[in-house]
Design a protein around this ligand. Sequence first.
Ligand code: ASP
Length: 440
Amino acid sequence: MVKIVKFGGSSVANAEQFKKVKGIVDADSARKYIVTSACGKESKEDYKITDLLYIAHTHIKYKVSVDDIFDMIEKKYHSIKDSLGIKIDLDAEFKKIKEDIEYDNDVDYLVSRGEYLTARMLAEYLNAEFVDAKDIFKFNYDLSINMEKTNEALQKVIKTDKKIVFPGFYGSMADGKIKVMSRGGSDITGSILANLLNADIYENWTDVSGILVCDPRIVNDPHRIRAITYNELREMSYMGANVLHEDAVFPVVEKKIPINIKNTNSPDNPGTMIMFSCEEVDKENPPYPITGITGKKGFMVITCIKNHSASEVGFLRRVLSIFEKFNISIESVPTSIDSVSVVVESNKVKKVLYEILAELKDNLKCDDVHVYENLALIAVVGRAMANKRGMSGQIFAELGANDINIKTISQGSDEICIVLGVDGSEFEKAIQCIYKKFID
Ligand code: ASP
């Protein structure tokens, strides 16, 4: 049995958390390959090391003193070192980092030092081997991971009997220079390892006991999702559920490796299993009709009204090409006989809104163009909704009974996700109603 275990920033935020990590790793000999993020926040008021390192980079760039920032970073690592009684020479490490960035203030190198130092300390504390991610995770020029080269490098280092700790989040380019992934990238590091080492399971340890049916800030103490398919998870993450890095799913899907989201602060809680097939998932968790409810505020609907636009060949394409020209991605396109509505993220469209409206009016000769500013999208996700008669009807009826107006509706033909648009002011209430009716 091979397990890849990834610990997020909150799991290594201080010495107490390091001790919990040790308890988890030592409890299971299959937990052999460990990936860590950089130390995260100890409390709401605290700072993530990665954020501090990004700020340090900017200070140096604009020649603002960086001493205070480095003080905060060094203090954090020293306090963990002192409490754990490990020997790493942090003064020498920081001296080298400062010399390196004085020579070349390279942002990727500097921010990667968060994971590097955290992994060095964790490896020592766990009596494991430290393997530097820059020697293993090789990027192609398009910044995808070169799986072949990465595998070659990996096979050379795994011959040890000891456990191995890898820093997450970074790797190197062909010339050996350090390159970081996008934020939250340690999830991807773990997922790539799981793929290349044909892991039986990828454990992703964080500070919540798995994925909840909906946001606990909206519904008090929502149920945990015991098991979910990758497809359902993709739908939920896209619509705002912040569980795993988006790109962390693909490497494990390829090998059908289950992911287990677990809580470092409550290791006995089984968390959430993310699995490949509905049959596997249903064994763990006979489904409610709905697996999860998620969503986002901050959308805009731009509606082009033109008589008979539904039958005008090429009209829809021309509308969409205007958005493409301004590089705006589109969420959905509800249409009616005389209108085409385009749902987009407000933030993305704000800067070019007037130009888009002008083009729609002048070039497409729309009779009118309306803008609806405050749309929230709610995704109701569930593998058990597929082929279930009356499901959307029940959802709509429930919202109607609670006096919530549905502004847009969309559902793909795989029927695992229904996306509803409601006014932003009714977002929370709509989620609460759906939860209450179908889950609680
Ligand atoms: N430390 C990095 C970040 O804060 C990567 C990670 O935590 O996965 O984004």
